[in-house]
Design a protein around this ligand. Sequence first.
Ligand code: DI6
Ligand code: FE
Length: 401
Amino acid sequence: MSRELLFNLTLATMERGDRPYGLVDHGAIALDAGRIAWRGPADAIPDDFSAWRRRDLEGRLVTPALIDCHTHLVYGGDRAREFEMRLEGASYEEIARAGGGIFSTVEATRRTDPDTLLAGALPRVDALIAEGVSTIEIKSGYGLDVETELAMLRVARRIGVERPVRVRTSFLGAHAVPPEYAGRPDAYIGDVCLPALEAAHAERLADAVDGFCEGIAFTPAQIDRVFTRARALGLPVKLHAEQLSNLGGAVLAARHGALSADHLEYVGEEGVRALARSGTVAVLLPGAFYTLRESHYPPVELFRRHAVPMAVSTDCNPGSSPLASLLLAMNMACTILRLTPEEALAGATREAARALGIDDAGRIAPGLRADFAVWNAAHPAELAYRIGFNPLAERIFSRAP
Ligand code: DI6
Ligand code: FE
């Protein structure tokens, strides 16, 4: 019987309520077949559970397992040389326009066979799992031809088989215009991106569709074509919007009922209002902000004022955010972007789930998956507070379907 009662723990349910973090000081959780049967104060455990196998967590902190809702962690090669170039004064956009940046990763990814792509990605996945991550979103977008886009998504799916982690894939064919279509973005969308999307959907390889709406990538009109097709296929959308400039990506994403709009450094109040109306999550990516030494901050205060939910993610990728630590992303979200530690933890649990359209994880509540992170910590603020220190004691991962 996979029934168990966890007791002697501090519980941070991350449910909205009277107490920050949904805290229960002396808590208990009853698990049944990979789902949460009950949770609450230890002195109120219902009689039904009193005969279940009990496990003493010795006063540790239990939170929902973490969710990394925006990564590009399947790719070939690396971009350490580009890091050097940026330190010598070149900007991210200059490197991209000179054919480096994303394009150098595209070239390396096309040349790398799937087994090698998988072997390269697994250490990054393992680093996330070691910090209590149970769910990882992984994007394509370094293939930019039909075969390599599909290959990336197949590798992403294999990660969920090779490791005890749930993978949600996003098709990101509209990430950049590949060199063979230079100057012909509309032709790329029609000839490659849309057919690749159809093929990915036919193989059930895409859980969502993403795009990069930016001067160095695609216009809102081009993204609109991709999103219109995605929605005709019944796939939810999300967008890299307003990272380096404001092209109106957030408004476009909201118009398509996007799950999330990500980056948003340059979003204005009109975009924030649109996100609020559509219930779209603002995904903050402090690793990219830090790596690119951005100075234009995402408008966190505006998100709060308009009640736009905020998620926090690594954006793990070889160029703008070579970060494989969600705990560090949470720390940066607080120290650099001024989130509260509670917002940062909610951003890596409850709101990250929402950014992926997942409704059975990211909180500790009856009926949800029994996905937990158990920490050698007394208070949840410790998770975002430390730098380069991993207090995970144990990860509990649900195999429930
Ligand atoms: N924004 C990002 O931060 C990543 N992609 C995107 O659209 C960066 C991808 C890269 O530089 O390789
Ligand atoms: Fe990204």
